[in-house]
Design a protein around this ligand. Structure first.
Ligand code: TXA
Ligand code: MG
Length: 345
C-alpha cells in the first residue's frame, strides 16, 4: 500500500476536503496518521475492533499495551467513561482540550482491543485544529498511539511518520511539526490521590494547583518493581544510537563528548545554545535550544534524536533536564531512551 501524504496549508477552504478524505478512510476502517499538539498519532475508529487491531500490526506494538482514545468534547468523554469524580470534572474544565490524558473506568462500547482487556480507558481531547476536525468529520472516537514503530522516538513531523510507517498506513495528514513535541501527561483517576503515569505536556505542578496532591510512581521501572502502566517499560523512545546522559553543566557536557569520541566512531550531541563542544570531524551536533527554555527543548527533542541517528551517530550525548515542570517530561523520555536493557518484554 502506498501511503498518501495529504499536505495541509492552514487554509480552511483547501484543507477541509483533505481532512474529510482522511475521515472517510477512518470510517472505512483504515489507518490515518494525524498531527496533535503533542506528537503525530496513528488513528483508527475506536469503535471498530478490526481497525484498531491494524494499529497494533502497523506499529509492531504488543497487544497488552492499550491505546489512548481521542474525542472532541467533554460530553464524549462522559459517553465513553463513567464514575467521574469532582476532581475529574475540574481537570476536564481546566485542561481540555490539551495535553492531558485521563484514565477512567470505561463503558462497554469501548472495545477490549483498545484497552488491552482493561476495564479502564485512557482518553483525551486534543487541541490541534486538524486533530479536532478529523475527529468531528469521522463522527467517531479515534484510537491513536504515537505514530512511530513501537519503542522508537515519537514522531513530530510527517516525515518521521513516513520513515517508520510508510506503506503500512493509508494516509498521513501533514500539517508541519507538532507544537509541543512531547506526549500528553497521563493521569490515572481510578486511584486516590490520582496517579501520574507519564509526565507530559501539562506539568504535574499545574495539575496539583487544580486538584491537590498527585501520586507519582517511579518514572523508570527497574527489575522487580511492578510496571506503573502497561506501556511504561523502561526502554522506550530509543534511537538506534546509545544515549549518554550527563550532568547539565557545560564543562561536563564537553568532557562527556570527549570521552564518547574516544569510544565511538561517530558521536552526536544535543547541544544547548552556546555550550562548547570538542573540535572533531567525527562529531555531529544538533542545535537543541537555550538550556532552561523547556518549550523549545521539548519541541525539538525527538527530532534531535532522529536527526543524529540519521547522521549515523553511534552514541548521543545529552544533558539531563531537571525533575520539574515541563522538563520532567524530557527527563523521563531521555531516561527511557538511555535505558540499556529492557526490564520487561
Ligand atoms: O500525546 C499523546 O498522548 C499521543 C498523541 C498521539 O495523543 N499519544 C500517545 O500514545 O503518546 P501512546 O500509545 O504512545 O502512549 C499511550 C500510553 C501507553 O504507555 C499506554 O500504556 C498508556 O498510555 N495507557 C493507555 N491506556 C491505558 C490504561 N487504560 N491504563 C493505563 N495506561 C494506559
Ligand atoms: Mg508512544
Amino acid at each position: 500500500m502506498l501511503t498518501q501524504r495529504l499536505i495541509l496549508t492552514g487554509d480552511e477552504a483547501t484543507d477541509k476536503p483533505l481532512i474529510q478524505q482522511a475521515a472517510a478512510i477512518i470510517r472505512a476502517g483504515g489507518l490515518v496518521a494525524f498531527p496533535t499538539e503533542t506528537v503525530y498519532g496513528l488513528g483508527a475508529d475506536a469503535l471498530n475492533s478490526e481497525a484498531v487491531r491494524r494499529i497494533f500490526l502497523a506499529k509492531g506494538r504488543p497487544a497488552w499495551d492499550p491505546l489512548i482514545v481521542h474525542v472532541d468534547t467533554p460530553e464524549a468523554i462522559r459517553r465513553y467513561t463513567r464514575d467521574h469524580s469532582v476532581l475529574t470534572e475540574r481537570l476536564i474544565q481546566t485542561f481540555m482540550p490539551g495535553a492531558l490524558t485521563l484514565v477512567l473506568p470505561k463503558r462497554e462500547m469501548i472495545s477490549e482491543v483498545v484497552t488491552a482487556g482493561r476495564d479502564t480507558v485512557a482518553i483525551r481531547i486534543p487541541q490541534h485544529p486538524v486533530a479536532r476536525a478529523l475527529i468531528r468529520y469521522s463522527g467517531t472516537p479515534i484510537a491513536a498511539p504515537s505514530a512511530n514503530q513501537f519503542g522508537r522516538p515519537s514522531p513530530t513531523t510527517a516525515d518521521h511518520v513516513l520513515h517508520d510507517l510508510g506503506n503500512a498506513i493509508e494516509a498521513v495528514l501533514d500539517a508541519g511539526p507538532t507544537p509541543l513535541g512531547v506526549e500528553s501527561t497521563i493521569l490515572d483517576m481510578t486511584t486516590f490521590p490520582p496517579t501520574l503515569l507519564r509526565p507530559g505536556g501539562v506539568p504535574k505542578e499545574a495539575i496539583e494547583a487544580v486538584i491537590g496532591e498527585v501520586r507519582v510512581v517511579g518514572s523508570v521501572a527497574s527489575e522487580g518493581e511492578p510496571l506503573p502502566a502497561p506501556g511504561l517499560s523502561a526502554r522506550h523512545y530509543a534511537p538506534k544510537a546509545k544515549v549518554l546522559l550527563c550532568v547539565p553543566e557545560p564543562e561536563v557536557f564537553y568532557g562527556t563528548l570527549k570521552d564518547a569520541l574516544s569510544q565511538y566512531a561517530i558521536v552526536g550531541g544535543l547541544r544547548p545554545e552556546g555550550w562548547r563542544v570538542p573540535d572533531d570531524p567525527r562529531l555531529r551536533i544538533f542545535e537543541w535550544g537555550a538550556w532552561g527554555d523547556w518549550e523549545t527543548l521539548a519541541q525539538r527533542l525527538f527530532a534531535g534524536l532522529r536527526t543524529l541517528e540519521a547522521e549515523q551517530a553511534h552514541a548521543i550525548v545529552c544533558p539531563m533536564p531537571p525533575d520539574e515542570g515541563l522538563a520532567r517530561a524530557l527527563r523521563d523520555r531521555l531516561q527511557r531512551a538511555a535505558h540499556e536493557e529492557p526490564t520487561r518484554h
